[in-house]
Write a protein that binds this ligand. Structure first.
Ligand code: HEC
Length: 135
């Protein structure tokens, strides 16, 4: 009897965990969505630096689709992640007039569970999306 109860409890537990994970994952957008929402206005939908805000910027936008080519054929994954989260200072991002993305994402996610993990995932899937734009 005790065994049966334990077994049933663990089944319910696994079920709840599954539901929780499914709910959590559905809240995570795809890298493309996130990129278009947060980055496309400047960097353009293909990363070429032709977003609609680009003519108004004082600093020339780097071509994000050439990051791999310009790094001896290796996509600089951690560098891109660092540029997004702000641990690597990018002038165009760290300007006092413009918040560092790390802070924006962290603030948005704060009320959620696992926000630090979700934050990292968000930065990672944006970087992954940028890696698909390489020519
Ligand atoms: C307001 C315009 C703007 C937005 C929005 C923006 N960026 Fe940038 N980004 C820039 C500018 C300007 C530079 C170049 C900075 C410099 O050269 O000092 C840059 C540089 C970069 C770099 C460094 C490229 C290199 O050559 O090493 C990466 C990576 C990058 N941005 C990714 C992103 C991502 C990802 C997002 C969205 C989360 C984003 N940017 C949103 C303006 C923007």
């Amino acid at each position: 009897m005790v065994r049966k109860i334990l077994y049933l409890t663990s089944l319910v537990g696994v079920g709840i965990l599954g539901l929780q994970l499914a709910a959590w994952c559905s809240e995570i957008d795809t890298g493309r969505d996130l990129y278009l929402r947060y980055c496309g206005s400047c960097h353009g939908k293909d990363g070429k630096g032709d977003g609609f805000v680009s003519p108004f910027l004082k600093i020339e936008l780097p071509d994000l689709s050439l990051l791999k080519k310009n790094n001896k054929g290796v996509f600089p994954f951690s560098g891109v992640m660092a540029s997004i989260d702000g641990s690597r200072v990018v002038r165009g991002h760290g300007d006092p007039a413009m918040p560092v993305w790390g802070e924006v994402f962290r603030k948005e996610l704060e009320p959620q569970k696992y926000h630090e993990l979700t934050f990292l995932l968000k930065v990672k899937i944006i970087a992954e999306y940028i890696s698909t734009l390489q020519r």
